[in-house]
Design a protein around this ligand. Structure first.
Ligand SMILES: *[C@@H]1O[C@H](CO)[C@@H](O)[C@H](O)[C@H]1NC(C)=O
Ligand SMILES: *[C@@H]1O[C@H](CO)[C@@H](O)[C@H](O)[C@H]1NC(C)=O
Ligand SMILES: *[C@@H]1O[C@H](CO)[C@@H](O)[C@H](O)[C@H]1NC(C)=O
Ligand SMILES: *[C@@H]1O[C@H](CO)[C@@H](O)[C@H](O)[C@H]1NC(C)=O
Ligand SMILES: *[C@@H]1O[C@H](CO)[C@@H](O)[C@H](O)[C@H]1NC(C)=O
Length: 676
């Protein structure tokens, strides 16, 4: 090992300036979301009137003492708050691995609104906020919650139409209670006809101002045990299929304007009061015999003018909601005219989408088959939350799968400043990049980037999660992965007229396929962020260990800072250690410092991951050269870092000799916990 010393001493200038930023509660953590968005929204604008329950949600209060909440740890099991040590542990608040599973504050005097950030709580199972004074509407984003099973917002003053995205929750939804609010408009239909919401047991929408015909799709919900549509403005006939719901035990259709013949319910389970107060035309057991509809006609003519006005107003409210529908995975039949081809878009340019109610889809090479309708009707599931926003895996109606990245709100202000960057990203095509296929901006400013979906693992998972059957990452494979990343990055920096900085290179933004081809994601997204948002996100991302030291002041990502991130990433690949804050100890892991210390102590070979060293001669196989290269890339002085084409060249010149090690299929990890 001593022979390596002169080689590595070269890099001693690579000292770190200052330490990494202070420990920030990961800004995508559920606790952070509760404090910054959900609490203020639930509390309402009324300053001064601090809510007793909500005041316990405070970073100075141990997480386990926040009222009305239940949490899970990262493997999904409940966080045991009964344990006295846990009850008083203040560090929990900053631990992003805790996920909110239950939000239960019934009758708590809440007077705000249901915040749309609820849609970002990826593990929330129960949302129970009944008997409060919440106003506003049911947010569309609620349909994004991948785990939500129980919703109870009964006894509030929530108005507006129910968003179509509510049926996105079908896969998990068990109960939907919205009794006694001020909901209006027709009930939205699920996107896919015949949806059965198999776990759904309770639908209670009674005591609102919902209208339209009987929502026939409810008869497809075969597991339904309780259905309350009482005291609304529904009209028309009740379909026979409702009688076929075998599990239905409680039914209330009273005080609407239903008419026609009642379906026959087996066992005559429901009394007349379940149907009382409807149009006199409603008949059949348990109500009276059908036949004489005349009294109804008389009554109708007397009431008509007020009712018609009510219906027209209701319909208009419904239309406004339809026009401002959220993006993706919200349903409803969309007209085909929304789908535009690339050519059409290029011709119409910006600005025409104002006021038409539809957003616009810009498609790029390889995305020509996508239409706006496809994208808006796709059903999605959350894959990842990142600083830039949420990534969904979305199924198209034709069976294809795409990856959708919904950018955070306030990312880029206007289309004009966004589109040139988007167009450039849409032109970037390289084997080591995930291609951007289309871009959508909705009327409300929501922005969606559409990529190929690849069912690959991230480099982060490959490196840090040992699982049976996962490929062994010997040096030949790691070298191939690193070279792919370097080539992708070099292409971004020099492959087009205007250089693109990646901006957020890290092991989680690299996908690796089964042949160890690596592909970059998230490239260029920092360019889309307005400066204020970008800086705020940057500060939060600083703790991850990939950011160049000079970025602290400059706050601008450029190719040189990408090279730094690449250096850290290459060290991560060689050492098998995560940079940045350790999630268990909370300490910042400084990979370059570890290497320097090892070189001084003449234990250089010990920095490498054991898996890397198997059957490798470090000098001849380019391993030491790679370590040297990585240290060069994370030089604190930007000017002395190599550029990416130099990095590619060096990696190509210093390859492992034994190429067959790339392909040996037997090389999988066989035991959990050991790297062999
Ligand atoms: C949190 O609690 C502290 C002390 O108990 C208080 O000073 C502070 O205002 C609270 N913060 C919020 C946001 O309520
Ligand atoms: C408090 O929680 C942190 C983070 O979850 C953990 O690392 C630490 O060991 C806990 N401390 C105690 C005293 O339980
Ligand atoms: C319900 O909403 C309507 C307007 O849409 C409003 O006039 C009415 O006061 C609301 N009712 C309640 C009880 O909030
Ligand atoms: C149906 O709901 C109404 C209020 O909407 C209530 O007064 C009535 O008792 C309910 N009937 C049944 C059978 O549950
Ligand atoms: C009930 O429905 C009929 C049509 O079936 C309509 O003419 C009438 O105005 C409605 N009445 C009320 C009170 O909504």
């Amino acid at each position: 090992m001593a022979s390596l010393l002169p080689l590595l001493l070269l890099f001693f200038w690579c000292t770190f300036l200052g330490s990494l930023g202070p420990a920030l509660a990961a800004e995508t953590s559920d606790a952070f979301l509760l404090l910054t968005k959900i609490k203020p929204a639930l509390q309402g604008g009324a300053a001064g009137a601090e809510n007793l329950q909500l005041s316990s949600w405070n970073a100075t209060v141990p997480l386990c003492q926040w009222r009305g909440l239940e949490w899970a740890v990262s493997d999904g099991s409940p966080l045991g708050c009964d344990d006295p040590a846990a009850r008083t542990n203040l560090s929990f608040v900053g631990d992003p691995s805790f996920q909110l599973t239950v939000l239960r504050l019934p009758a708590a005097g809440l007077s705000g609104t249901v915040p749309r950030e609820i849609g970002e709580l990826s593990s929330l199972r129960s949302l129970l906020l009944g008997v409060n004074s919440l106003t506003g509407s049911v947010p569309l984003e609620l349909g994004n919650c991948p785990a939500l099973a129980d919703i109870d917002l009964s006894g509030n003053s929530i108005a507006g139409a129910l968003p179509p995205s509510i049926w996105n929750l079908c896969g998990r939804l068990v109960s939907l209670r919205l009794h006694g609010n001020n909901l209006s408009g027709a009930l939205p239909e699920p996107a896919v006809p015949g949806t059965s919401c198999e776990h759904l047991r309770v639908v209670d929408l009674g005591g609102n101002r919902l209208q339209g015909g009987f929502p026939g799709f409810l008869a497809e919900f075969h597991g339904l045990q309780e259905l309350d549509l009482g005291s609304n403005l529904f009209s028309g006939s009740i379909p026979d299929s409702l009688g076929a719901l075998a599990n239905l035990e409680r039914l209330n259709l009273s005080h609407n304007n239903f008419t026609g013949t009642l379906p026959s319910f087996r066992g005559a389970k429901f009394g007349a009061d379940a149907f009382a107060g409807n149009n006199p035309g409603l008949c059949g057991p348990p109500l009276g015999e059908c036949g004489g509809a005349e009294p109804g006609v008389v009554k109708m003519t007397r009431l008509s003018s007020g009712v018609v006005a009510g219906i027209v107003i209701g319909l208009m409210a419904g239309l406004v909601v339809v026009a401002s529908l959220f993006i993706g995975w919200v349903q409803g039949r969309r007209r085909n005219r929304g789908g535009k081809t690339a050519e059409e878009d290029e011709e119409v340019g910006g600005g025409v989408d104002e006021g038409t109610g539809e957003g616009k889809l810009v498609v790029f090479q390889g995305g020509e088959h996508l239409t706006l309708e496809d994208v808006l009707n796709a059903t999605g599931q959350v894959m990842e939350k990142t600083v830039y926003g949420t990534v969904y895996k979305a199924k198209l109606a034709d069976g294809g799968t795409i990856a959708l990245r919904l950018l955070r709100e306030g990312s880029c202000v206007d289309r004009a400043s966004c589109l040139p960057v988007i167009r450039q990203l849409g032109r970037a095509r390289h084997e080591n990049l995930i291609s951007l296929r289309a871009f959508y901006q909705g009327k409300r400013g929501e922005k969606l980037l559409i990529y190929d979906y690849l069912p690959n693992r991230t480099l982060h998972d490959l490196l840090h999660e040992s699982r049976v059957g996962k490929p062994m990452l010997n040096w030949a494979r790691r070298h191939k992965i690193a070279l792919g990343i370097a080539r992708g990055l070099a292409y971004l920096h020099t492959g087009q007229e205007v250089p693109i900085a990646h901006g957020n290179l890290r092991s989680r933004s690299v996908l690796v396929d089964e042949f160890f081809v690596s592909r970059l994601t998230e490239h260029g997204l920092n360019k889309l962020m307005v400066p204020a948002v970008g800086d705020e996100m940057f500060a939060a991302a600083k703790a991850d260990g990939y950011k160049a030291p000079e970025l602290q002041k400059m706050k601008r990502c450029c190719p040189r800072t990408d090279v730094y991130s690449f250096g850290i990433l290459l060290l991560e690949i060689l050492m098998g250690k995560k940079p940045g804050k350790d999630s268990r100890t909370g300490e910042a892991v400084d990979l370059p410092a570890l290497v320097k210390a090892a070189v001084l102590e003449e234990t250089t070979m010990e920095v490498f991951d054991v898996e890397v060293l198997k059957g490798v001669r470090p000098m001849e196989d380019g391993l030491v050269q790679a370590l040297k290269l990585a240290m060069g890339c994370c030089a604190p002085v930007a000017a002395v870092r190599p550029d990416m084409s130099e990095v590619v060249k060096q990696l190509e010149e210093n390859r492992p000799r034994n190429r067959s090690a790339l392909y040996s299929p037997a090389d999988t990890r066989s035991e959990i916990g050991t790297p062999f």
